[in-house]
Unconditional design. Structure first.
Length: 547
């Protein structure tokens, strides 16, 4: 059981790295605890609410009681399945804003500016604009990852973008191109009516070749010899054994499990490790710290016309959607139904968007239950750059125990101010003439107190990151350097959303795959792709105007 490289985690970044290393002729073992991603609940886009609520596919983590959200424990799903979270997510594809990556570089991640990472976004994509006015010069063609757009034939979906325009915001043909700011169509990782996960795009092609094998096992800890990572101790039905890496071990196990595995292996804050009886191999206090996420709330309205997806929210309707998808890969089941979006700035003086909208043409709760109001619609809204920070720590030295996850959501006054602004601006959009034929009344927040609504109803957007921060080697809170190498040991890297120094705008699957693409070149010792000369759009009046 040896290979040149062992990759722990078959998620968005891990699958990507496996593909690129195997393509380069390297011998690769991928260790994944989860099972198969085959089956309609994962592959039908319209069934997206099911996989992340099934223990078969999800690690089932929860946060500790959140002190600023009334002591609620929030769901913190991560994919325990081939493809990782790309097999259970909402399939929304957002690169992030150019300024996000320039900020990474400013924070010490040299070589990760937008000019540096744009070529990797382009390399990963096979983009299909569907005639919605995108800019091919900014996008990729022929990459492993199909990126498409929905049909947008629901009138509510079109009304949302028009309402944004009427409210004075720009309309953008491609928020993943030159101009993120504005309202327009969502991109998604859907291809020919099915979810197009990292497993489909990267891992399955790699496994078909001679250089890549999959090991179904639970990773317990990294093994070392004289300060160098040499393999991974795994557990499976046959017992505990060790896999050996001739070159390097790469951890790509999520923002929760990557720091957990480092700490179990003796890499982390020395005091914390000693309290759990774990010998300290590298005292890196940043391991597990810097935890970030996007918190969101839906602003929900009842509709005056029967135009929403509520018509399918019954046994007969769901049977029709499922049967049509099964037979033809078409109809409502072939879309994630997040087909329109918006990225806006909350105030003058903010250089790039700090609010994101996901529009959904049905009024439905986070648990999948439609409201008793019948037909309706909602916009999921939240700030993009919360100043709150949390942490992932060990519950015990037993690898089988779940980590302790504390996001510390809404811990600053700015969080509350930003969320109130989000709700006010969403209400303004729903009040535009484009929604006049459809808007009946507001359901949530309705007449309820705004802060109480946020405290009782805000939920994670499931975008955890930052717990193995990438930065300069002299930064005491950095865990990996700009080549994704763990500082303080040899032969070990981390490459997934855990290494983000700061959370990016929007959903995190696209930048996680980009991290895999770029990390693969670092691992192979290749010269990075030439930086792009493309100049992204920034609102010319951003210093004086909110829109």
């Amino acid at each position: 059981m040896q290979a040149d490289y062992i990759i722990i985690g078959a998620g968005s970044a891990g699958c990507t790295i496996a593909y690129r290393l195997a393509e380069a002729g390297k011998r690769v073992l991928v260790v994944e605890h989860g099972g198969s991603d085959r089956g309609p609940l994962i592959n039908m886009p319209g069934a997206l609410s099911y996989p992340m609520n099934l223990a078969r596919y999800d690690w089932g983590y929860q946060t500790e009681p959140e002190p600023h959200l009334g002591g609620r424990r929030l769901a913190a799903p991560r994919g325990k399945v081939l493809g990782g979270s790309s097999s259970i997510n909402g399939m929304i594809y957002v690169r992030g804003h150019a300024h996000d990556f320039d900020t990474w570089a400013d924070m010490g991640a040299a070589g990760w500016s937008y000019a540096d990472v744009l070529p990797y976004f382009q390399r990963q994509e096979d983009w299909h604009d569907g005639g919605h006015g995108g800019d091919p010069a900014w996008r990729g063609q022929g990459g492993p990852l199909h990126v498409t757009r929905g049909r947008r034939d629901n009138p509510l979906t079109r009304a949302f973008v028009e309402a944004g325009r009427q409210a004075g915001y720009p309309v953008t043909g491609d928020y993943n191109g030159a101009q993120q700011e504005g309202f327009g169509p969502f991109d998604s990782t859907i291809w020919q009516g099915e979810r197009w996960s990292a497993a489909k795009a990267y891992l399955r092609p790699a496994l078909k070749g001679p250089n890549c094998d999959l090991i179904r096992a639970f990773a317990r800890r990294i093994t070392f010899d004289n300060g160098r990572a040499t393999g991974v101790e795994i557990e499976r039905a046959s017992g505990i054994e060790t896999l050996h890496a001739r070159a390097e071990v790469i951890i790509a196990a999520s923002a929760f499990n990557s720091p957990k595995l480092l700490m179990l292996s003796g890499i982390g804050a020395g005091d914390h490790l000693r309290r759990h009886g774990i010998p300290v191999r590298a005292d890196r206090p940043g391991v597990g710290q810097n935890l970030q996420d996007h918190l969101e709330l839906y602003v929900q309205a009842a509709a005056t016309q029967p135009v929403s997806l509520y018509r399918y929210w019954n046994l007969i309707g769901k049977a029709y959607v499922g049967a049509r998808w099964w037979l033809t890969r078409s109809g409502p089941g072939a879309s994630n139904q997040f087909e329109s979006c918006g990225f806006i700035r909350s105030a003058p003086g903010i250089a790039y968007p700090d609010i994101q909208f996901h529009f959904l043409p049905i009024a439905v709760r986070y648990d999948g239950q439609a409201t008793p109001h019948g037909h309706g619609f909602q916009a999921h809204v939240g700030p993009m750059r919360s100043p709150s920070r949390g942490a992932v720590t060990l519950r015990s030295p037993d690898p089988a125990d779940a980590p302790v996850i504390r996001f510390n959501y809404m811990s600053t006054d700015k969080d509350w101010d930003d969320f109130r602004t989000c709700i006010r601006l969403t209400r303004e959009i729903f009040a535009q003439p484009a929604f006049a034929p459809f808007f009946k009344h507001e359901i949530l927040p309705g007449q309820a107190d705004i802060d109480t609504t946020i405290r009782d109803h805000a939920e994670s957007a499931y975008h955890p990151c930052g717990t193995v921060k990438m930065g300069r080697t002299d930064d005491p809170m950095a865990v990996v350097d700009a080549q994704t190498r763990v500082i303080g040991v040899d032969g070990l890297r981390v490459a997934d959303s855990a290494i983000f120094p700061q959370i990016t705008n929007g959903n995190l699957n696209a930048p996680s795959i980009m991290v895999g693409e770029k990390a693969a070149d670092h691992i192979l010792g290749r010269t990075p792709l030439p930086p792009s000369n493309a100049i992204p759009w920034v609102a010319p009046n951003w210093q004086s105007r909110q829109r």
